[in-house]
Design a protein around this ligand. Structure first.
Ligand SMILES: Nc1nc2c(ncn2[C@@H]2O[C@H](COP(=O)(O)OP(=O)(O)OP(=O)(O)O)[C@@H](O)[C@H]2O)c(=O)[nH]1
Ligand SMILES: [Mg+2]
Length: 388
């Protein structure tokens, strides 16, 4: 059923649920997929690094399948993140085998759609190894020769007062002197991915690693990276703000010819699309898509339409010439309403993101999600201005 048909038909929960499910799937599909390959000796901290930046869903729920010897491909259940992990990797002979496999993979996919290619490589070296052997250097060079952008990450570095351990800095200097074709500017990035109880070393360097990764990936997969990463909420918020701005512009168009108050439903299909895109942009697990779909329809029938009316009556007092708006929804009100729905749904998403996976699952599959939405919607009275 098309958005138009939904608007014309009654906004029954089943139709809305179907529409939301379809829009959500489309929103995820249009994010594409960010593919990262990670190498480093066993115990270097690859899995720990991935968990710190992408959350634990990939490792826990992603189905891994071996692609070449020693290289396992994990796909996030929601398909916007793919990881090539080299579990138990050693350089030398097995390194050669991996490189051959990788070479085949890269050339086979050279003309494949962009979201099937590898977009970035992290090469992890544990600082306490204090060694970066010739074989490791060769491996990094050969990956770069395949046309893949490489970042060398020094892992498990103790930090104090924002400063890395001096010997780790020295080690980083050594790697820099190897003049490797790595980002940024030939130097490695120092990180600590988990807080260390004993040394009290804080988590550090992850934001820099993420920023440099953004700098090397194709623009087409930035949205997928933004959805996938769990470190930088600001980037997610920016992406979501763009989604809301676009929906607000569409809503202004819908309301350009004032629509009768009773036809507020005309605005709903656009809001369904917006809500689906917001959900995807945050990278909220749609693997709970069944429950998300229900949540979405609950929100939209019980929430947006109702809360929408509530918002309209409350917004009228801010609208110049409120007497016109009293009988019809103007472009201004349509825009403000849509923005209020978008902002409230964003807060629901952020609230869900702040939970651990089990809590989140429970939240998204319960009525709590629409309650939260209504709560944020009510509070948006003073927070959301009428101007789009
Ligand atoms: N303090 C601290 N410990 C870390 C860090 N990264 C990894 N570790 C610890 O080092 C050990 C190995 O980390 P993993 O992430 O499993 O290493 P891996 O590279 O995935 O190893 P394989 O899967 O065997 O190839 C674990 O006990 C981690 O808790 C870090 O940044 N800081
Ligand atoms: Mg591992």
């Amino acid at each position: 059923m098309s958005a138009d048909e939904v608007a014309r038909a009654d906004l029954g929960p089943a139709a809305l649920e179907a529409l939301f499910g379809k829009e959500l799937a489309e929103a995820y599909a249009s994010l594409g997929c960010f593919n990262l390959a990670i190498f480093g000796k066993t115990g270097a901290g690859k899995s720990t690094l991935l968990n710190a930046i992408f959350g634990e869903e990939v490792a826990e729920t992603g189905v891994g399948r071996p692609v070449t010897k020693g290289l396992i491909y994990y796909r996030h259940p929601d398909a916007f993140l793919g990881i090539f992990d080299s579990e138990g990797f050693e350089t030398g002979t097995s390194g050669d085998v991996i490189l051959r496999g990788l070479q085949e993979l890269v050339s086979a996919r050279a003309s494949a759609p962009i979201d099937q290619r590898i977009h970035a490589v992290w090469y992890a070296v544990r600082w306490s190894d204090r060694r970066f052997e010739q074989a490791q250097q060769d491996f990094v060079r050969r990956i770069a020769e395949l046309g893949l952008p490489v970042i060398v990450v020094i892992t498990q570095v103790p930090f104090r007062n924002g400063t890395p351990h001096p010997e780790a800095v020295e080690f980083a200097g050594f790697i820099t002197q190897c003049s490797l074709p790595i980002h940024p500017e030939g130097r490695p990035i120092l990180t600590n991915a988990v807080y260390d109880d004993f040394t009290e070393s804080p988590v550090a360097g992850l934001q820099e690693l993420l920023d440099v990764t953004y700098a090397i990936v194709p623009e087409a997969v930035e949205g997928a990276l933004t959805a996938a990463q769990r470190l930088d909420l600001e980037r997610k918020k920016k992406a979501v703000a763009a989604v809301i701005r676009q929906a607000v512009a569409v809503a202004s168009g819908v309301g350009a010819a004032p629509i009768p108050f009773a036809d507020a439903a005309l605005l709903v299909p656009n809001q369904v699309t917006m809500i689906a895109r917001i959900t995807a942009a945050y990278g909220l697990p749609a693997s709970t898509s069944r429950t998300m779909a229900i949540a979405g329809s609950v929100v939209l029938t019980g929430g947006a339409t109702m809360a929408g009316r509530y918002a309209v009556t409350n917004l009228l007092k801010f609208v110049p010439g409120g007497q016109i708006a009293g009988s019809a929804i103007s472009a201004t009100v349509a825009a403000a309403l849509t923005k209020a729905v978008g902002v409230a749904w964003s807060r629901v998403c952020e609230y869900a993101l702040s939970m651990d996976p089990d809590q989140r699952q429970a939240f998204l599959s319960s009525g709590a999600v629409s309650e939260a939405f209504r709560g944020f919607m009510r509070r948006s009275d003073d927070g959301v201005s009428v101007a789009p």
